[in-house]
Write a protein that binds this ligand. Structure first.
Ligand code: C5P
Length: 229
């Protein structure tokens, strides 16, 4: 499938979110994360879907006991979220519970492996993981997909390695994208939309380069053009 663009709605209110959705007409997918979800409530998902006709990636990164995650996955499916996230480190039973809860719906589950904000020293000294991120990411990605996740979130630099372990059917979603015309912000290791597509991403997630652009709709068109090569 051609790589799709997801615009991250990292804003503080429903009205800002809906203005952005309207301005970004060319984009079919929007990500609702913790910031917007906690401020605006779950109805933002149904509004984007039903009133704007767009698809929603609900990025709440679930990590809890299997029963709770299963119930929360069911709730996200009821809202009509097309993609949801959970932490692979919650383990096989938690991932399987989420998968069981969305069976028969159009909701797909993505696993987050190791947050890119964690480096190898933090993983060892703070989290207590006896592996580097480079070792943990493919191991967790494989385990998550074997346990029922439909795909994984990966940095563009990890995308091809992750693809090799999860197979071609699994979804690979990459944030950390900066088009050549955008400033880097706090993203230290990023790639362009085209590079992410070439690394095998099914979806790229782009936030600030679109949100902070004087004309977000134009920024979307630039990214889509670059994706289509
Ligand atoms: O940096 P930008 O504004 O494009 O970020 C887009 C989205 O990707 C944000 O919602 C951010 O939380 C998410 N993200 C990221 N880097 C990661 C994982 C997620 O930028 N490694």
């Amino acid at each position: 499938m051609a790589t799709e663009l997801i615009t991250a709605l990292d804003v503080d209110s429903e009205s800002e979110a809906l203005d952005t959705v309207k301005a970004c007409e060319g984009c079919s997918w929007f990500k609702v994360g913790l910031q917007l979800f906690v401020r605006s409530g779950p109805q933002i998902v149904t509004t984007i879907r039903e009133s704007c006709g767009k698809r929603v990636f609900l990025d709440l990164k679930y990590h809890d006991i299997p029963n709770t995650v299963g119930q929360a996955a069911c709730a996200a499916a009821d809202l009509g979220a097309s993609l949801i996230t959970l932490h692979a480190s919650g383990g096989r039973k938690m991932i399987a519970a989420a998968r069981e809860a969305v069976e028969g719906t159009d909701t797909r589950i993505l696993a987050v492996t190791v947050l890119t904000s964690l480096d190898d020293r933090m993983l060892r000294d703070e989290v207590g993981l006896p592996e580097t991120a480079g070792e943990a990411v493919p191991r967790l990605a494989r385990m998550a997909v074997e346990s029922g996740a439909h795909g994984v979130v990966a940095s563009p630099h990890e995308a091809s390695g992750v693809r090799a372990v999860v197979g071609k059917e699994a979804l690979v979603v990459t944030p950390g994208i900066r088009p050549a015309w955008a400033v880097a912000d706090d993203q230290a290791r990023f790639t362009t939309p085209r590079e992410a597509a070439e690394a095998g991403a099914d979806f790229i997630v782009v936030g600030r380069p679109i949100l902070k652009h004087p004309n977000p709709g134009e920024a979307v068109e630039h990214v889509l053009k670059e994706l289509r090569g």
